[in-house]
Write a protein that binds this ligand. Sequence first.
Ligand code: FPP
Length: 253
Amino acid sequence: MSLPSASQTGEGGPQASDFPEHIAIIMDGNGRWAKARGLPRAAGHERGVEALRRTVEAAQEIGLKNLTVYSFSTENWRRPVAEVNALFGLLKAYVNRDLNRLASEGVRVRILGTREGLPHDVQELVDRAESKTADNRAFNLCIAFNYGGREELVRATQKFARAVQNGEVQTSDLNEESFATYLDSDGIPDPDIMIRTSGEYRLSNFLIWQAAYAELIFMDVLWPDFSKTQLLEAIEIYRARERRFGGLASGAA
Ligand code: FPP
C-alpha cells in the first residue's frame, strides 16, 4: 500500500491516530552509549542487539504487526572495517540465536536492502532466515541491512524497466501502488511511525518512499537503553497527533 486508504483518511477528513500498523526505528546512539562508558563501539552495538530483542518482544506483546529496524546502511561501509565486520557478526549471531524462536512464534523475517557486497555467509544466512519464515503471518520483522532508500528506489526502477523490456508490463501500468510492489517492502503497510533515537533529527536515507506520511518521533534515549517504556511512549505521542494526509484539520472546513 502506498497511499492511505479511505478508512485511514476518513474519506478525505482528518482522523485521530489509532494504534499503529507499522513502526520503523532508526536505532541510533550505540557508539555514544559505548563511549560514555569507556567501551569500544562494538560493545555498544552488542547492547544494541539486546535492545532490539527487547523491542521485538515488546512489539509482539502489545499487538503490533510490523516492525522495521535500520541495522546497517549502504553508507555504513564508510566505517572502519573492524566495525563493519562486527555488525556482520552481530547480524549472524542474532539470526543464528533467534531464528528458530522467531519462526515458532509466527514471525516473518525480511531483510530489506541489497545483497550486493555482502559476504557470502551473510547472504546465505539472510536467505535462510527469509525462506524459513516466508509463510509466517503473525508478525513481520523487517531488518534493513545494507539498505539505502535511494538505492532501493533505483533497484525498484530497474526491476520495473526489466519487466517493461520483457513485455510483462507497460509503462502506463506504473502508478504509486504498482511501483510500491517493486520495493523490498512489498506487501508491508507503510510505517505510521518513524522513531529515531539518540536526539538526532534526520531520516538518513531510511524508507524514504514508504515514510512519506509517517509521524516522525525523535527521542533522546540512546538505542541500547531503549525498551518497552519508550515504545509505548512513542505510541502515546503518535496517538495524540492528528493525521491529515494532506486534508484539513478538524473544524477547519
Ligand atoms: C547507529 O549507532 C547504529 C548502527 C549503525 C547500527 C545499528 C545496529 C544495531 C542496533 C545492532 C545490530 C543489529 C543487528 C540485527 C545486526 P551509531 O553507531 O551511529 O551510534 P553513534 O551515532 O552514537 O556513534
